[in-house]
Structures are given as structure tokens and as C-alpha cells.
Design a protein around this ligand. Structure first.
Ligand SMILES: [Fe+2]
Length: 197
């Protein structure tokens, strides 16, 4: 799991961009010794592709080391892309839809495709949004975001505490977000659901 220090670093980088906080296991799954992995069929090459990181894999050290970035980008995010492409290939009625089309309207998709689109389209969308928000040497929020944080949470540290708390108490691994609703209201959101604590 991510250490508290690392999560705090994630928060500091993410919150300052008004973005999201990702939590979850960082270790790749391993097979028992002697168990060979069957070669999976090659996933469809598209229509969705893994976006390149907008910085070097080691650019965020020491908060994120290069190994962590490779794991989350090359393994986790790539898996979401592959699985989403597989879902689209298996359901021709999804052909031609954009990622936003799929994610926003997932509940109206054919039932057999919903879970795959929600999980993998969501993972692809969340990671794609998140990577560019990370960086070193960030500054405090400004403008509309700063006003919204002050109005809703009082202070930036108070907001950071709330976002950290939301992220630390998702069930399993997931995300915490500060989102602006179509109504103009701002809401702290977390997926999956909150654990008891
Ligand atoms: Fe990830």
C-alpha cells in the first residue's frame, strides 16, 4: 500500500492542481513459483491508447519513484486501456464512441458491457486526467478553485485534510475528488464507497 508519507505527497501535488487523489496497492501481482502464466491473446490495438507521461518516469522522485510510475502507467493504466479496447471489440455497438461518451453514459450501455466500460473506461479516464496534474514545486490554488476551497472548507489545509480522509477511507483502492457539479456546486467525492472507521 502507499505509505502515509507518499499519500501526503500525492495529496500535495494533486490537491494543488485541484485534481484527484489515488489510493491503492502498488505492488504487481505475482504468480506462485513454478506456475507459468499462459500467454494472453494480444489485446486490440485501439481505438484507445495509453497516453505518454508528460514527464520522465523519475521526474516525481522522491514522492513517486520511477518503479512506481512504471507500474501505474505501464501496467495499471495500460491494462485499463487494453480491457476497454477488448470491451469495445466485443460490443460492436460501442464502436466510434469517445471515452467521454462511454464513461458519462455507461449506465445506458448494453448491460453486458457496462461493468467493463465503467471499470476500465473509468480507470483510463481517471489516470489520463491525473498524470498531467502531478508535478514538483506546485503552488497554492488560485482563482475560482481557491475561492471554492475557502468557501467550502475554510482553508486549504482543512480541504487537504478532508481530501486525505476521503482517499484513505475508500473500500479497497480508489479515488477521491473535488468536483464541480453542473449546478456550480463543489463536492468532495470518493469511489468506491467509504469504509467504516
Ligand atoms: Fe494506478
Amino acid at each position: 500500500m502507499i505509505s502515509v508519507d507518499r499519500r501526503t505527497a500525492i495529496l500535495q501535488m494533486s490537491a494543488l492542481a485541484g485534481a484527484a487523489l489515488l489510493t491503492g496497492p502498488l505492488r504487481a501481482e505475482t504468480l506462485p513459483i513454478g506456475q507459468a502464466a499462459a500467454a494472453p491473446p494480444a489485446p486490440p490495438a485501439g481505438p484507445f491508447t495509453l497516453p505518454a507521461l508528460p514527464y520522465a518516469y523519475e521526474a516525481l522522485e522522491p514522492s513517486f519513484d520511477a518503479e512506481t510510475m512504471h507500474l501505474h502507467h505501464d501496467k495499471h493504466h495500460q491494462a485499463y486501456v487494453n480491457n476497454l479496447n477488448a470491451a469495445v471489440a466485443a460490443h460492436p455497438e460501442l464502436a466510434g464512441k469517445t471515452l467521454d461518451d462511454l464513461v458519462i453514459n455507461w449506465a445506458s450501455l448494453p448491460e453486458a458491457a457496462r461493468t467493463a466500460v465503467r471499470n476500465n473506461g473509468g480507470g483510463h479516464a481517471n489516470h489520463s486526467f491525473w498524470w498531467p496534474t502531478l508535478g514538483k514545486g506546485g503552488a497554492a490554488p488560485s482563482g475560482e478553485l481557491a475561492k471554492a476551497i475557502d468557501a467550502k472548507f475554510g482553508t486549504l489545509p482543512a480541504f487537504q485534510d478532508k481530501l486525505t480522509d476521503a482517499a484513505m477511507h475508500v473500500f479497497g483502492s480508489g479515488w477521491a475528488w473535488l468536483v464541480k457539479l453542473p449546478t456550480g456546486q463543489w463536492r468532495l467525492s470518493q469511489r468506491p464507497t467509504r469504509t467504516a472507521h
